[in-house]
Design a protein around this ligand. Structure first.
Ligand code: ATP
Ligand code: MG
Length: 446
């Protein structure tokens, strides 16, 4: 009861100062000018914004959503920023969960759909609860602030526009509106400092440039080239998430080209960077793999990270395998041993979850088994659960000119004509009923 009375009093107090006043120089773009229509917005996001606003809080749609709406794209997610604390947000929404220890966020659940509500973040400094390491990287960032401070923790100007539900205007503190209109990607503040605070912003620059077709501002480009090595200090699990966003953005080809252009590939996939350097066939193969991933994403078809990572690490795997073959090891064994050693080395930079490295090894292992074209051995290859992915991989190798087209054609024909394949086609239900026990054919130990 007391809490309720207090909330009512706070609400009244806040309502009296509802009209927000910003510092001089802040640009307010009215609805008539920016043209964003609420029709293109997510209903749940509007509900959240409106309820916060009615309760007397400031409530803005922020980040990529405003940028994408201005560009006429459908945003991937709708993030909200407010001056309400996470606890205050929780009081307003029954479907709210608070998450995060470092910086608490409110997640408002609408079925499987989530609207993330963040309280404005303040400045971090050594004395407060924010902290940086010796390279300038932000280690803790858990101070609340106001909207004008919140802007400074965002990365690019195009990601720092605030759509104000109170009057439907877009608030621009850093020139983001013109940058969106002109297709410019520019970091807020001093690029050197901003990359040092969080080197992952270099990868974000490449992803946004590829995805939005924006050009990266020259100083921002310069410092990516200068400071790429800072990525080596980022935990491999976080880099995995970011790399996946690059490769599953639907613009993997452009993202990969960006990683090579700015010499970042060598910090993420050092062996691949060396093995692909000047390797035309290897690059062609990877290009084809990325093209097929991009096409699948544009068609809303499922993609597995295992396929692209297997493709990316194929050139260095071949290199390692060659060395073992020269020592006289049998092919399959040389490949398996090389795969184990290479994956162990790779996950120190960008970690790849084990459920995917297992599939990658299956795809690689099957490549050497595709030469088994007789009787039961061919059938065993065909019945492997990862046959389809491995076969696609094989055909891309053929298209890139690494192996003969005939290798791929033989298996294409096999699937069309062999009695085993026909049986599989007409009796697919048999394979679903009870899980089949599969003999381990591989000697690899995880
Ligand atoms: P996407 O279309 O990929 O979702 P986005 O711009 O919405 O792009 P998110 O990763 O969803 O990107 O982050 C939401 C917002 O949070 C960003 O627009 C940006 O303002 C801020 N942000 C996210 N990551 C960082 C970062 N590493 N440094 C600074 N600001 C960030
Ligand atoms: Mg987003």
């Amino acid at each position: 009861m007391l809490k309720w009375l207090k909330n009512r009093r706070d609400k009244k107090k806040r309502k009296n100062t509802a009209k927000k006043v910003y510092s001089d120089g802040v640009r307010i773009i009215p609805r008539a000018e920016h043209g964003i229509s609420r029709k293109n917005m997510d209903d749940s996001a509007i509900k959240v914004l409106s309820r916060l606003n009615k309760a007397g809080y400031e409530a803005y749609l922020v980040g990529g959503a405003v940028r994408d709406l201005l560009l006429g794209h459908r945003p991937k997610d709708f993030d909200v920023a407010t001056d309400a604390t996470p606890e205050q947000v929780k009081e307003l929404f029954r479907n709210c969960r608070l998450i995060g220890r470092r910086f608490r966020l409110a997640h408002i659940h609408f079925g499987r759909h989530i609207i993330e509500v963040a309280t404005f973040r303040g400045h971090h400094d050594d004395s407060g609860s924010g902290r940086q390491d010796e390279t300038g990287r932000i280690l803790r960032d858990n101070v609340y602030g106001d909207i004008e401070q919140d802007v400074w923790r965002r990365d690019f100007t195009c990601n720092a526009l605030y759509y104000n539900i109170a009057d439907f205007s877009v608030v621009d503190f850093v020139g983001g509106y013109d940058d969106v209109k002109q297709g410019r990607l520019r970091l807020i503040g001093d690029p050197d400092e901003r990359y040092r605070e969080d080197p992952v912003r270099m990868l974000r620059a490449i992803r946004f440039a590829a995805k939005l077709g924006f050009s990266i501002d020259e100083t921002c480009q310069y410092f990516i080239r200068e400071e790429g090595a800072l990525l080596r200090d980022i935990p491999p699990a976080r880099l995995y998430e970011e790399v996946l966003k690059l490769f599953h953005s639907g613009h993997a080809i452009e993202c990969f080209a960006g990683l090579r252009e700015f010499h970042l590939l060598e910090h993420l996939f050092p062996e691949a960077a060396v093995a692909l350097d000047g390797n035309e066939t290897g690059l062609k193969f990877l290009q084809l793999a990325m093209q097929s991933t991009d096409e699948r994403i544009h068609k809303n078809m499922p993609v597995t990270p295992a396929f692209l990572f297997a493709a990316l690490l194929w050139a260095p795997l071949l290199k390692r395998t060659e060395k073992r073959l020269d020592k006289g090891e049998p092919h399959a064994l040389a490949l398996q041993k090389s795969a184990s050693a290479m994956v162990a080395e790779q996950v120190r930079h960008v970690s790849i979850p084990k459920r995917f490295t297992t599939v990658m090894r299956d795809i690689w292992g099957l490549q050497s088994r595709f030469s088994n074209r007789k009787g039961k051995r061919a059938t065993a290859v065909f019945e492997h659960p990862k046959f389809r992915a491995a076969y696609d991989f094989l055909c891309l190798r053929a298209r890139a000119g690494e192996i003969s087209e005939e290798d791929c054609q033989w298996w294409t024909e096999f699937q069309k004509n062999s009695p085993e394949a026909q049986q599989k086609k007409v009796q697919p239900q048999k394979r679903h009923g009870r899980p089949r026990r599969r003999k381990r054919t591989s000697k690899i130990k995880d």
